[in-house]
Write a protein that binds this ligand. Sequence first.
Ligand SMILES: [Cu+2]
Length: 344
Amino acid sequence: MSTMAGIAVLVTAILLAVTLCMGAPSNPSQATSIFKPESTPADSIFRLSLLVLTVTGLIFLIVFGLLSYSIVKYRRHRGDDGREPPQVYGSNQIELAWTVIPVLIVLVLVMATARVIHAMKDARMPNGAIEVTAIGHQFWWEFRYPALGVVTANEVHVPVSDPAHPTPTFLKLLSADTDHSFWVPRLAGKTDLIPNRVNKIWIDPHEAGLYLGQCAQCCGMQHAKMLLRVYVDSPEGFERWVQAEQKPAQSSDAGNEGRRVFETTACINCHTISGTVAEGRFGPDLTHLMSRDMIASGAAPNTPANLKTWIQAPDAIKPGSLMPAMKLSDHDLDAVTTYLETLQ
Ligand SMILES: [Cu+2]
C-alpha cells in the first residue's frame, strides 16, 4: 500500500503545482506569468505549451494508471503458492504499437513547435512597426530607437498594437559585454543577447500597461537586479513620450551648480546627457532620467534619497554594480542630485 500512498502524494503535488502556476487572475505575480499572454508570440508559445502539457499529461496518466492497476491487481495474494505465473515472450503487435505511436506523437509535437518557431522568426516587419535596438550591459539595458532618434535605458516604451492596425515593435538584441537574455514572459519568449551576434524578436502587445521582465541569463554579480520594464502606451501616449524623449536635456537654473559638478567629474565619461558635454556610453543615458520610475534597472524607486545613495555608494543598492562610488562632498552630492532632478 505504501506504493499507492506514494503515487497519491506525487499526483497531489503535481496538481498543487499546476494550480499555483495558473494562479488567481488578480495575483500580482501574474505580472510575469506565461499563462497570461498579451502579445502574439507569447500567445503562440502559451498555446503550444498547453498542447505539449496535454499530450505529455495524458501519457503520464495512462502509464501511471496501467502501472498502478498492475501493481494492485497482481500483488501477492494470501494463499499464493509462490510459483511464477506462466510467462509470455514477444508480441509483434505490441512492439509495433509502442514504436509507431510514440513516433507519431513526437512528429506532431515537432511540427507544432516548428510552426510556432517559423511564425516568430520569419515574421515580416509591417509598415508602421517600431524598431528598437536593445543592448544588454552588466547590469542594465540600453534602448535605442534609431528611426526616432531616442536613446533611453531600462524602461522601454512601445505603442499598444491593435490587431486591426498592427503596430508591432521589432527588437534587435545586442550585447556590450557578456551573454544576457531578454525575457518579458507575457510578451515574448526568452531570447539571448550574445556579443557579436544580432538576435531578433518582435512583440505586439494587445493591451496597454506595464509588463515586467528580467535578464534571464546569469551575466554576473548583479544579474538578479537586471530587471526589465516594458511600458505599453496608447498610440497618443507613445507619441507624447517620443516627443519628450527627442528633446535635449531641459535643465533649469536650479541645476546649474550641480551641472558644473557633473561636467567636471568622471560622470561625463560614462553618461550621456544630450545637449551637454556629457557623451559617455558606459552607463545609462541620463537625459530624461526623471521620466523613469526606477533607477539602476529596477533596483530602487527613482527618489531623491535613492539617487543620493546611488551616486555616493552604488553598492548599497546593487553590490557589484559597475558604477564606482563617486564619494562627492555633501555639498556637491546635493547639487548633483538637484541637477539630476531637473532632467525631466
Ligand atoms: Cu544580464
